[in-house]
Design a protein around this ligand. Structure first.
Ligand code: GLP
Length: 248
């Protein structure tokens, strides 16, 4: 694993964006696995700037997103489709037909998961998969549990995740209780994984994920088995890992 430690959120966003930018430049028809949450917002801002400057060309890029809330339409301002359009797709020269997010409004969510999984298999492994991390170590919406789940699946969100994401909704009651998420299979098949973390509130989860046992109780810990992980985090988020003696 490669660990990049930065001073603060802005520097983390620039460094992580550079990793994605390098992929886009090296392989103009790359498949990018993308993530939502507040952490990658600065990274996306840097990619938008790179495209505006003429340094990055997304016209042949394909994207696959990790997850979507069950019950939210892509026009809902808290849906992950809306987030992606708003933070990246609307501002770069990507063909939206080549951007993929699970459909949260599908009548049959299990069938939608099967469709998405088949699509992921057809497209082949992501060249790079971007991940944020939840406070309980979740990646995508793979919540802590008794087993790592490989395919795209419907998940019941935990109290911790609902509480953390409530800040984006008018009230806690409005936070969907279920989501559709890419499973560990497609995440682990990605050729490279880029994890972005920021802030003291992530320090414990980062330490558990990368310096603790590999267990589905901390879903991100599975990444210890991936051969090419780049972890980019600010000092605050990496503080627990450094205290645990992990060398940077
Ligand atoms: C959501 C997303 C995750 C994301 C997590 C952390 O639960 N499904 O993909 O990593 O939030 O979000 P934030 O970056 O806002 O802390």
């Amino acid at each position: 694993m490669q660990i990049v430690i930065t001073k603060d959120y802005e520097a983390m966003s620039r460094s992580a964006a550079a990793v994605i930018a390098a992929q886009v430049i090296a392989k103009p028809d790359a498949i990018l696995g993308l993530a939502t949450g507040s952490t990658p917002v600065g990274l996306y801002r840097n990619l938008v700037a790179g495209c505006a400057a003429g340094d990055l060309d997304f016209s042949h890029i394909t994207t696959v997103n990790l997850d979507e809330y069950a019950g939210l339409d892509g026009t809902h301002d808290q849906s992950y489709r809306y987030f992606m359009n708003h933070n990246l797709f609307d501002h770069v020269n990507i063909d939206k037909a080549n951007t993929n997010v699970p459909n949260g409004k599908a009548e049959d969510p299990d069938a939608e998961c099967a469709r998405y999984e088949a699509l992921l298999k057809k497209l082949g492994p992501a060249d790079i998969q971007l991940l944020g991390m939840g406070h309980n170590g979740h990646i995508g919406f793979n919540e802590p549990g008794d087993a790592f789940i490989a395919p795209t699946h419907v998940v019941e969100l935990t109290e911790s995740t609902i509480n953390a994401n409530a800040r984006f909704f008018a009230s806690r009651d409005e936070v969907p209780k279920k989501a559709l998420t890419m499973g560990m299979g497609a995440i682990m098949r990605a050729r490279r994984v880029l994890v972005v973390v920021s802030g003291h509130d992530k320090a414990r989860a980062v330490k558990d994920a990368f310096a603790g046992p590999i267990t589905p109780k901390c879903p991100a810990s599975i990444l210890q088995l991936h051969p090419d992980v780049v972890l980019v985090g600010d000092e605050a988020a990496l503080s627990g890992l450094l205290e645990a003696g992990v060398q940077v």
